[in-house]
Design a protein around this ligand. Structure first.
Ligand code: R5P
Length: 292
């Protein structure tokens, strides 16, 4: 029997997934002790069940709650345990940038590998983190989900904020027959970025910048300003994972964004695109073999 367990951070998405799979849904119980430690319990038997735990990992404390939920399934005797972490925390620290740093993405992979048989995420920051996993790792694209919304908005040009993100822009653009390009970004600090001016063919057009993450909104705001300078008629901001920290969305509005949206890998006021179909398609497809 397949059972979907919803973590507190992803209940609506877990409900959609369970409905599409025709599987029962259980909400994991979550409590916090006075000292801040988390308590998790699955209020249904999981013995011999094929369990799918759905829990985002933003804010980062949700990662620990996900690990506890997976461990509860393991202790309860589940036959198989799949972790659906639609947004995977710490994925940006995927290599040692300066000597002495922790390799956070690797530790997350190792910890998840202790308590589940498969990890599925959506649009991991870099595909390279796959090599850290000793269980099958599925990285689902959000391009189809985003493309539907961009088609509705009649967007003509899709832009990536930097060269590293251009494949996502291309994937989305090709689905709706739009043009695509990328900007050149230089990160000065965690909150400050520079976008190099570039000649773009956007004058009079409806343009959307598509990034994997909107965190402080600094990258997106600078990119929007650049497009306005290039004469775009209307500009929109889209992402897969909308963290929208602090005044991020106000920054985007100030920079001229008409529509701001992301997916439900992180639930929030802007998560109006669902990745449930993409996740269910991946869960029901043949699972790739574990890395040797
Ligand atoms: C960076 O490599 C990511 O793709 C995003 O561009 C970045 O995380 C966005 O951060 P912020 O919104 O703080 O500029």
């Amino acid at each position: 029997m397949t059972l979907v367990v919803a973590g507190e951070g992803s209940r609506p998405l877990a409900t959609e997934i369970a409905t599409r799979l025709g599987a029962p849904l259980v909400n994991a119980e979550l409590q916090s002790f006075p000292d801040g430690e988390d308590y998790v319990r699955i209020p249904a038997p999981v013995s011999n069940a094929d369990v799918i735990v759905v829990q985002t990992t933003y804010p980062p404390r949700r990662l620990w709650q996900l690990l506890l939920t997976l461990q509860a399934c393991k202790e309860g005797g589940a036959r198989s345990i799949k972790a659906v972490a639609p947004y995977l925390a710490y994925a940006r620290q995927d290599r040692i940038f300066k000597p002495g740093e922790a390799l956070s993405a690797k530790l997350v992979a190792q910890a998840l590998g202790l308590v589940c048989n498969l990890v599925l995420t959506v649009d991991a920051h870099k595909e390279d983190i796959r090599s850290f996993y000793n269980v099958p790792f599925i990285n689902v694209g959000a391009d189809a989900a985003l493309a539907q919304e961009l088609k509705r908005l009649k967007v003509q040009v899709i832009l990536a904020p930097d060269a590293g993100a251009v494949e996502r822009a291309r994937a989305v653009a090709e689905r709706i027959g739009a043009q695509f390009d990328h900007l050149e970004k230089k990160r000065i600090s965690s909150e400050v970025v520079e976008i190099t001016p570039k000649n773009l063919n956007v004058a009079g057009k409806s343009v959307c910048i598509v990034d994997d993450i909107i965190s402080t909104g600094g990258t997106m705001a600078k990119a929007l300003e650049q497009l306005k300078k290039n004469g775009a008629r209307e500009v929109h901001a889209a992402c897969v994972h909308g963290l929208f920290i602090g005044d991020a969305w106000q920054k985007l509005r100030k920079a001229g964004a008409l529509e701001i949206f992301g997916t439900n890998t992180i639930e929030g006021p802007f998560s109006r695109v669902s990745v449930a179909d993409a996740i269910v398609a991946a869960l029901t497809a043949k699972v790739p073999a574990p890395r040797a």
